[in-house]
Write a protein that binds this ligand. Structure first.
Ligand SMILES: *[C@@H]1O[C@H](CO)[C@@H](O)[C@H](O)[C@H]1NC(C)=O
Ligand SMILES: *[C@@H]1O[C@H](CO)[C@@H](O)[C@H](O)[C@H]1NC(C)=O
Ligand SMILES: *[C@@H]1O[C@H](CO)[C@@H](O)[C@H](O)[C@H]1NC(C)=O
Ligand SMILES: *[C@@H]1O[C@H](CO)[C@@H](O)[C@H](O)[C@H]1NC(C)=O
Ligand SMILES: *[C@@H]1O[C@H](CO)[C@@H](O)[C@H](O)[C@H]1NC(C)=O
Ligand SMILES: *[C@@H]1O[C@H](CO)[C@@H](O)[C@H](O)[C@H]1NC(C)=O
Ligand SMILES: *[C@@H]1O[C@H](CO)[C@@H](O)[C@H](O)[C@H]1NC(C)=O
Ligand SMILES: *[C@@H]1O[C@H](CO)[C@@H](O)[C@H](O)[C@H]1NC(C)=O
Ligand SMILES: *[C@@H]1O[C@H](CO)[C@@H](O)[C@H](O)[C@H]1NC(C)=O
Ligand SMILES: *[C@@H]1O[C@H](CO)[C@@H](O)[C@H](O)[C@H]1NC(C)=O
Ligand SMILES: *[C@@H]1O[C@H](CO)[C@@H](O)[C@H](O)[C@H]1NC(C)=O
Length: 738
């Protein structure tokens, strides 16, 4: 009895001494405590392995593990729930870490050595990661050692209690005298007990990003990956595990997201005993990382979030964590300028005259930022179409006889409608790519990803520069710096329009992505006042790694407003709407010929942090043009609440003909609701639009009924929109607290 009392007392003293109770250790038992979540694991006293006890709702004590009969082939490690599973020694499930040693042996035996708890969070060298001060986050670092192979591991857990989030990563140090090769590295790994679970997973393609599928976690592996070298449109390094009864607003949800831009693999493996192993990390096809004696490999970071408030609660935890502790741009929490992008209006048929004219039309519409898209560069190989010029980042002299500076001055000379604020200028680049038809490629054919004598296969007539090479990194840094120094450029759209094909060695992907981070870290540090937007044929690299440096990402090349509802709601599963770029484009839509009203297109676009137009104003119908001032005014009014408010998916287009979303301002004084009718139906009646996130006792005025109701009424009863007899209708509804 006395012994236990002493242990408890010492734990309490630790809390009192630091003023924190986010992480406590009693002996070798560790408890990570969030506001509504606990994460418990301990060191197995016999084999030194890390054993998972609990990841879920609040729990205080270490309880007895499930009683599994250790007969048959599965015993020892196979019946343990493990935090950092390695290979060999009786565990038949997939490992988090797989190392091939110099003698070809692939068995590892990592045992606990020591641990420390630090306030705040050390940064990860060369990698994007969540960050925070003491008081925001506490970190537990465990030292593990394989004394047979002479390899050590440092496993790090950082808990952000306010968001019920744990960020995890590890490093591997080769303490021996021979090279080792890392074949698998899952940044997050834990074993959940035998719970009924579904996986919610994004899948898609170009112009079809972030559709979602929900499937049962059955025996064996439920897995998906990207082998494209980047996160890609096919999948995203994110998934949720939920109870079968979990809904958007109720039930348990665990979300997992890798802070990484390269290939990845995500797996949930249900073993014979029902335990579910969760793995999220590098794609083993693109790993095989050699670590020399004395060197250290650092894994990317993965973030896990727990919510007892359904899929929506999980999403809001990610949104808040990422806006406050991942995205480091000064723009992350600022409203964004309304932009007009030249692409859909002019394509590559551009020159100074045509662009200045377009900027003048933008001025008249109240645009704040004019973006010059593709087509502006190339001297020997003018960028007149996509088979020429990529890599030659000099303004084309025929199109810009006076260079960029005076052209940009002419754009800045326009003022934003009814103000004296200059119209801002932004530019498009695709620095990681090259056309074979370019001066760059003729000078440096060896700079592209290639594999010996294999053909260098093209996509969109272009090849990928190997950003792992220091000379390529220097080229991109100096080229982009030169452009930014040459004129008053306030925004950059950084595109990337193909995946990697001829990866010579599997580890080239990891090295490329580290090189890319070095380049982007350099440029964003040097040009902090530039608003950077990521793009990769739409949402092909909408990932947490790039979100660390850049505050926003183009969501999809598909700008059909109805398709966009699915894409944007899918993206919002993990990434905040404030980070999405969304534009109104012309009708009929270039993809599906749909003719959706400009109000609906406007409402869908203003649900995102970066709102804009992607059309030629001259081609607007007069009735559409007449509505633009009102849409611009609404977009500017909505933007602050999109940037900093809480986001609720009220109804998803997959499940409802009447989708809707809602934002609630940080102070709870305002809420804005976007409601849609996809197709007109004679019957049934539209369901009431039941709101969320309000104070049940608060009274709120709404401009739909022009009436004041309580929060409880909005949330339980709901609003009824009187839809017109037409397809693709939308409403923007404001609630003001009295
Ligand atoms: C530590 O965890 C083990 C395993 O769950 C448990 O048996 C033991 O009682 C725990 N010790 C303390 C001090 O909580
Ligand atoms: C490694 O450590 C374990 C546990 O302390 C010990 O039993 C074993 O003999 C050690 N092996 C080597 C090769 O040092
Ligand atoms: C392994 O090497 C690292 C880096 O030199 C060192 O900090 C660590 O103490 C070493 N571990 C062991 C068990 O020797
Ligand atoms: C500029 O581009 C426009 C539109 O493509 C074209 O009509 C015009 O002739 C061009 N002007 C010059 C000087 O090239
Ligand atoms: C691309 O532009 C070049 C140079 O203007 C031209 O020769 C070529 O025919 C164009 N290619 C295509 C596919 O339009
Ligand atoms: C180079 O440009 C020419 C002219 O546009 C085009 O016909 C050819 O296909 C291009 N080559 C490649 C490899 O893109
Ligand atoms: C900008 O406007 C000023 C005042 O009208 C004018 O003097 C100047 O030449 C203009 N600059 C450019 C680059 O058009
Ligand atoms: C701009 O000013 C004009 C004339 O005063 C006015 O009619 C218009 O509504 C204003 N537009 C905006 C967006 O403020
Ligand atoms: C960026 O890279 C350049 C060229 O290598 C270097 O001179 C500069 O110090 C770097 N700046 C930052 C902020 O990393
Ligand atoms: C789109 O629909 C509107 C309203 O029915 C109509 O006025 C307009 O002509 C249509 N536009 C196109 C390009 O079909
Ligand atoms: C509410 O007020 C607005 C603006 O005055 C008006 O357009 C709308 O018809 C009113 N709605 C109702 C239900 O009275």
């Amino acid at each position: 009895m006395l012994g236990i009392r002493q242990v408890v007392l010492s734990a309490l003293l630790t809390c009192a001494a630091t003023g924190q109770k986010a992480i406590t250790s009693t002996g070798k038992n560790f408890t990570l405590t969030g506001d509504g979540m606990s994460y418990l694991f301990h060191v197995d006293p016999i084999n030194g392995d890390l054993v998972s006890d609990h990841f879920g709702g609040p729990a205080d004590d270490f309880t007895r593990p499930a009683n599994i009969l250790g007969w048959g082939w599965n015993s020892e490690l196979s019946v343990l729930r493990r935090e950092f599973p390695d290979v060999g020694r009786s565990d038949f499930r997939l490992p988090a870490i797989h190392i091939e040693h110099a003698d070809g042996d692939t068995v590892s035996a990592f045992r606990y050595q020591s641990h420390e708890i630090v306030q705040g969070k050390p940064s990860l060298p060369g990698l994007p990661a969540t960050f925070g001060e003491a008081g925001d986050v506490t970190t537990l670092i465990l030292q593990l050692y394989d004394n047979v192979s002479d390899v050590s591991a440092a496993l790090s857990y950082s808990i952000f209690p306010k968001y019920n989030a744990v960020a995890r990563s590890f490093s591997i140090t080769n303490n021996g005298t021979n090279e080792i090769t890392i074949e698998r590295a899952a940044s997050f790994s834990t074993d959940l007990p035998n719970l009924e679970l579904d996986m919610i997973e994004p899948h898609g393609d170009w112009s079809h990003e972030f559709n979602t599928v929900r499937r049962k976690i059955d025996y064996g592996e439920t897995t998906f990956r990207s082998s494209a070298g980047y996160a890609s449109h096919l999948h995203n390094p994110f998934f949720a595990l939920v109870s079968p009864t979990t809904t958007e607003s109720t039930g348990e949800a665990w979300g997992f997201n890798l802070v990484w831009t390269g290939s990845f693999e995500a797996t949930a493996e249900r073993f014979s005993n029902g335990y579910v192993r969760v793995l999220l990390g590098l794609n083993p096809l693109h790993t095989s990382l050699r670590v020399q004696p004395g060197e250290t490999f650092q894994s990317p970071e993965a973030v896990a979030v727990y919510s007892s408030e359904g899929v929506g609660g999980m999403s809001r935890a990610f949104h808040d964590l990422y806006r406050n502790h991942l995205s480091r741009s000064k723009f992350t929490k600022e409203t964004r300028p309304v932009l007009l992008n030249s692409w859909e209006g002019l394509g590559m048929e551009i020159n100074e005259t045509a662009l200045v004219k377009l900027a003048g039309e933008a001025e008249e519409l109240g645009i704040q930022l004019f973006v010059n898209d593709d087509g502006w560069f190339g001297v020997e190989y003018p960028r007149n179409n996509d088979s020429l010029g990529l890599g030659d980042w000099t303004p084309n002299p025929a199109k810009f006889p006076n260079g960029l500076r005076s052209y940009v001055q002419q754009v800045n000379n326009f003022t934003v409608l009814n103000s004296t604020t200059p119209l801002q200028f932004g530019i498009w680049v695709e620095p990681e790519m090259v056309n074979p038809n370019s001066t760059l490629y003729h000078e440096h054919p060896d700079w592209v990803l290639h594999a010996g004598k294999h053909q260098r296969t093209l996509t969109r007539n272009q090849l990928v520069l190997n950003v792992a090479l220091p000379e390529v990194q220097e080229f991109i840094i100096s080229t982009i710096s030169r452009i930014l120094d040459s004129a008053h450029i306030q925004y950059v759209k950084w595109d990337n329009n193909r995946g990697m094909h001829e990866i010579s060695h599997p580890s080239d992907d990891y090295k490329y992505i580290l090189g890319l981070y070095r380049v982007i870290n350099n440029l964003t540090t040097r040009y902090p006042d530039v608003l950077w937007e990521g793009c990769a044929s739409g949402g092909g690299r909408f990932d947490a790694g790039l979100l660390h440096y850049w505050p926003q990402h183009w969501t999809s090349d598909n700008t059909d407003a109805s398709d966009r509802l699915t894409i944007q709601m899918g993206t919002s599963l993990v990434y905040p709407p404030s980070a999405m770029g969304c534009h109104i484009s012309a009708v009929p839509n270039g993809f599906n010929r749909r003719n959706i009203t400009i109000e609906y297109r406007g409402h869908v676009a203003m649900m995102c942090g970066s709102f804009g137009l992607e059309l030629n104003p001259e081609e607007l119908e007069p009735e559409e043009r007449a509505l633009i001032p009102a849409i611009m005014a609404e977009a500017k009014r909505v933007n602050p609440i999109v940037i900093s408010g809480e986001f609720y998916r009220l109804a998803h287009p997959d499940n409802s003909n009447w989708p809707g979303v809602q934002f609630v301002s940080e102070d709870g004084a305002q809420s804005v609701v976007f409601a849609f009718q996809q197709l007109y139906t004679v019957k049934p009646a539209p369901p009431p639009l039941r709101l969320r996130g309000l104070d049940p006792k608060g009274r709120y005025y709404n401009n739909l009924d022009n009436a004041t109701y309580t929060g409880a009424t909005y949330m339980s009863g709901g609003l009824n929109v009187a839809w017109h007899r037409a397809d693709y209708q939308s409403k923007l509804i404001w609630l003001e607290r009295e």
